[in-house]
Design a protein around this ligand. Sequence first.
Ligand SMILES: NC(=O)c1ccc[n+]([C@@H]2O[C@H](COP(=O)([O-])OP(=O)(O)OC[C@H]3O[C@@H](n4cnc5c(N)ncnc54)[C@H](OP(=O)(O)O)[C@@H]3O)[C@@H](O)[C@H]2O)c1
Length: 253
Amino acid sequence: MRCKIDYQAPSDLLEGRVILVTGAGDGIGRAAALACAARGATLILLGRTIAKLEKVYDEIEASGGPQPAIFPLNLEGATLKDYHDMAETLEAEFGRLDGLLHNAGLLGRITPFEQYNPELWDQVMQVNINGPIWMTQALLPLLKASEDASLVFTSSSVGRQGRAYWGAYSVSKFATEGFMEGLADELEHLGNVRANSLNPGATRTRMRKTAYPAEDPSLLRTPEEIMPTYLWLLGPDSQGHNGLAFDAQPPRE
Ligand SMILES: NC(=O)c1ccc[n+]([C@@H]2O[C@H](COP(=O)([O-])OP(=O)(O)OC[C@H]3O[C@@H](n4cnc5c(N)ncnc54)[C@H](OP(=O)(O)O)[C@@H]3O)[C@@H](O)[C@H]2O)c1
């Protein structure tokens, strides 16, 4: 297992870096955006609920972090044009991208496959894998323009070992791992863009509560507690690591 939970991120770790976080308004994405801004990064906060993104924006401003940008986008309906427009805007504003955390995710339903609704299956695949793939394609020129760019794909335990009833969510996370590995192999010769996957592990968020309604959330790590591996992967200390699967926390007993 590759896990950096004991990593101590210096306060200037991400100074001067431009980092885009998807699903930045809530849960793990929100914590990642705040943690990156606290280490000096300029954040692009992407998500579908503007009010949540504005709250994160305000928190970053109030804590004295670099002024972030909000990018409202619903990955479910996003088109290739949306991704290319986004790349154009970022190109004009920043000229490069140093970090891309694909975090936004949809759980779908935990249900026997025989009862899985095909429309819901498509929605989950759209948000969890198709959207991130085409967003990545549009943003690759900006990542290549960085001196040191890190792409992080959010995975899951069920993206590494199949589990009954996890349907499209599990398949989308397996696809995420596969896509990351192929892309990382393509990027290897560049030397300045790396791609890895990260499984947050059981974390106290709305998605986890939906998946495990009877679980006591106080027994779970908070999003803030799992940030060390995120920061390590997005910062220069992970240079040279490419195409690997990481865990943000050790497996629970
Ligand atoms: N929590 C865990 O235990 C756990 C374990 C393994 C993997 N993960 C993965 O970690 C990532 C974050 O999950 P989380 O637990 O923080 O979940 P969460 O609290 O439900 O947050 C998910 C985020 O994704 C955004 N999102 C969902 N659908 C979207 C769409 N169509 N377009 C744009 N943004 C969208 C949400 O936006 P809104 O707030 O606007 O809905 C929210 O900001 C996911 O990829 C998840 O699969 C989580």
